[in-house]
Design a protein around this ligand. Structure first.
Ligand code: SAM
Length: 223
């Protein structure tokens, strides 16, 4: 199958199963005004994140990498009005686009958007004694994935679910000799999941409108 076939299959299932309203569509389309146009998750992937949040009964979600807030809106709607999504974004003009989208989607009260380097913002949450999160979505600068995983663990409890996007990278992840720092970030992240006795995880490859990529998913066990 080619990209054309993957797209057709995504369109088929998304058309039947994914309820992307005007606010979500506007958020996705507004990513062209951000620092990384079109880097948001696909509609069916947003729906997948929302399902994961609902399946683990998440009330508190931490997201590394906001962009236009597309994935954030899916997560915010999944946690409901009593929940909260803390989302970390480095680029202020991009954050401004996301804020507009949160207002349009009616999730501003649920979302706490923190602007700054995500590692610094997450470290500040640790220092402030933030309550553990139920779900963490890692989707910022890929070389920092190991740092974000370590911080996620410090902000977790047994049962916390951690999802990381873009771990396949068009197959590049299988190349141990790759000099791409994003591939190195994914491989170091995966080594950490494999080595940490608190974590059970796996990776699912995906194809679709975003090409060939994948999600890692892990759950935190007892220390
Ligand atoms: N999660 C978003 C979605 O699916 O709608 C997409 C996020 S996009 C792949 C990555 C985002 O991470 C960009 O908005 C980028 O500015 C942000 N980012 C990159 N480096 C960062 C850093 N060091 N700290 C915080 N955010 C960062």
């Amino acid at each position: 199958l080619s990209m054309e076939g993957w797209r057709a299959v995504d369109e088929y299932f998304t058309g039947l199963l994914v309820d992307e309203d005007d606010a979500l569509r506007a958020a996705r389309e507004s990513s062209v005004r951000t620092v990384l146009p079109m880097a948001d998750v696909a509609p069916n992937q947003g729906a997948f994140l929302a399902l994961v949040a609902r399946m683990c009964g998440a009330r508190r979600v931490l997201e590394f990498g906001t962009l236009a807030g597309y994935s954030t809106i899916w997560l915010a709607r999944a946690v409901g009005q009593d929940g909260c999504v803390v989302t970390l974004e480095i680029d202020e003009p991009t954050a401004e686009v996301a804020r507009e989208n949160f207002v349009r989607a009616g999730v501003s009260d649920v979302v706490d958007l923190v602007v700054g380097p995500a590692a610094v913002s997450a470290e500040a949450l640790v220092d402030a004694g933030a309550e553990p999160f139920d779900l963490v979505f890692i989707d910022a600068d890929k070389p920092s994935n190991p740092t974000y995983l370590a911080l996620a663990l410090r902000l977790s409890r047994p049962g916390t679910v951690i999802v990381c996007d873009n771990v396949v990278r068009n197959g590049a992840v299988a190349d141990a000799g790759s000099d791409d720092p994003r591939v190195a970030g994914v491989r170091a992240f995966t080594d950490m999941v494999a080595a940490d006795p608190r974590l059970s995880g796996t990776v699912l490859q995906t194809v679709g409108v975003k090409g060939w990529d994948g999600f890692a998913i892990a759950v935190v066990g007892e220390s």
